[in-house]
Design a binder for this molecule. Structure first.
Ligand code: GSH
Length: 116
């Protein structure tokens, strides 16, 4: 996880899509955040990837014995998707959940249009 300059780091494509309404929550609450935007070409760097490593012993000229299987994550995006939020050393996915969480944190959550 990168060293954050703000308590919140928000990551999404350099587009509006499912990310813009979360940026708007920050804007409405006037809370500064680190806005990490990337292109589709850069996306694989942020996406969760499960990798598997096999350790093999060569038995003879044609046979190998698998003696260890190791699964690991080059993990980044929760659920392998964006947008996601980094806060307090953790990563949170799902756009509506992020927006609701932040709105509640910032005292901007409106539960009923009657409150508007
Ligand atoms: N239910 C998720 C959907 C997220 C989603 O569909 N993200 C798309 C971009 S809008 C994505 O990450 N696409 C790239 C991929 O799945 O590899 C949310 O609302 O956050």
């Amino acid at each position: 996880m990168r060293m954050a300059t703000h308590p919140y780091t928000f990551l999404y494509f350099d587009a509006m899509g499912r990310g813009e309404f979360i940026r708007l929550v920050f804007a409405a609450a006037e809370v500064p955040f680190e806005d990490i935007r990337f292109t589709h070409q850069q996306w694989p760097k942020y996406k969760k990837r499960n990798k598997i490593k096999l350790y093999l012993n060569k038995l003879n000229s044609c046979c190998y014995l698998v003696y260890m299987i190791y699964f690991y994550d080059t993990a980044v995006a929760p659920f392998g998707q964006v947008p996601y939020l980094e806060a307090a050393g953790k990563r949170y996915g799902q756009s509506v959940a992020i927006a609701t969480y932040l709105a509640r944190e910032f005292g901007k959550l409106v539960l009923s249009i009657v409150q508007l």
